[in-house]
Write a protein that binds this ligand. Structure first.
Ligand SMILES: Cc1cc2nc3c(=O)[nH]c(=O)nc-3n(C[C@H](O)[C@H](O)[C@H](O)COP(=O)(O)O)c2cc1C
Length: 155
């Protein structure tokens, strides 16, 4: 099972830590949307797409990449993210735009992972060092690895 994880992590490297934890379990290759071609993506059996959440959704370069891909005809994919706020299905489901775009492209979504990440973007949180300081920490990295194990079992 050849796995590729494509991620963007521009704020504090939070999502990169999660991407590497998942990759260590799945023995996946890692890439960024800007250094991977559509042909590369087609050469893998399972693709992970992840980033921090910026203004309510994943990083725009992930959407641009998915837009460039040919139809994927049932290829398996998973989504992951780190965010300042908690993901709440139906109310604050910031994975939805990317999920919908991947499904429209023909991917089957086999799993989703989200955890909180250190966030110093809002001005009001800066005086006290931001929110979720230290996250993702050991606990979240273990959860990410468990998520990867569950993916492996389901394949
Ligand atoms: C420009 C910017 C916008 C953000 N917008 C959101 C948001 O809409 N919702 C949210 O929960 N977190 C938001 N965050 C917090 C990040 O999602 C969070 O810190 C994440 O862990 C960053 O991941 P990274 O270090 O991999 O870039 C924002 C952060 C930045 C820098």
């Amino acid at each position: 099972m050849k796995t590729l994880i494509i991620y963007v992590s521009i704020h504090h490297g939070n999502t990169e830590r999660i991407a590497k934890a998942i990759a260590s379990v799945l023995e996946a290759d890692l890439a960024n949307p800007t250094n991977v071609s559509a042909d590369d993506v087609c050469n893998y059996d399972l693709i992970g797409f992840g980033s921090g959440i910026y203004f309510g959704k994943h990083h725009s370069s992930l959407f641009s990449l998915v837009d460039r891909l040919p139809s994927q005809k049932g290829k398996r994919a998973f989504i992951f993210s780190t965010s300042g706020l908690s993901k709440i299905m139906l109310i604050h489901d910031f994975d939805k735009p990317l999920r919908n775009m991947l499904i429209a492209k023909g991917f089957i979504i086999v799993g989703e992972f989200n955890c909180r990440g250190w966030d110093t973007y809002p001005l009001w949180v800066r005086p006290f060092g931001g929110i979720n300081k230290g996250k993702p920490g050991e606990r979240e990295l273990e959860e990410a690895k468990r998520f990867a194990i569950s993916l492996k079992k389901g394949l």
